[in-house]
Design a protein around this ligand. Sequence first.
Ligand code: GDP
Length: 197
Amino acid sequence: LFAGSADFYAAAQTLDRLPPMEGIEIAFAGRSNVGKSSLINALTGRNTLARVSHTPGRTQQLNFFKVADRMSLVDMPGYGYAAVEKAKVEAWTQLIHSYLKGRANLARVFVLIDSRHGLKSIDTDILDGLDKAAVSYQVVLTKGDSLKKAQIEARLAGIREALSKRPAAYPEIILTSSRDDLGVADLRAAVARLLAE
Ligand code: GDP
């Protein structure tokens, strides 16, 4: 798994462009600038796979990567970037919702949350949508290097409490830092477990 074998194979800006369902899919979602590209690159060991962009909100499509024979990784467009025009926001919110609702082979959505910021209301909206669609999801904290240990503990406790009331949430939170290679192995193990299920 991820042994340098992750390859881009499809992009979809509209529902009719989704690739056929094949094996299981795991998706990565999060606010723009949460560190999603960096984490996907760390996870796959491919530094150019998901472009680390300093222009938030640029990727407005679902990108599909094959990471194993029976598994694809789906890089979802970052949400919550205010400068993106309204029509575009609606088009891609629609795409995200339809994808999340209708994808029978979607095993889990990893929702990335910036350690420094915690759950913002837009994240809560996304979690509400996932609960409603009964799509299993797991929170991954990013940029864990930028907080002190006590702050991390407080952040984890707060999110754990919020998740305890959410039906589709996987209780365990994965703490990561792509900068320090923290928790990347844990994330990889979580993905591997999904493949084994
Ligand atoms: P994306 O927009 O969610 O794909 O986020 P990027 O991966 O492009 O990262 C956004 C910004 O956060 C960049 O300036 C990165 O250098 C920074 N960043 C990404 N990962 C980390 C991390 O683990 N620690 C810290 N401190 N910064 C990070």
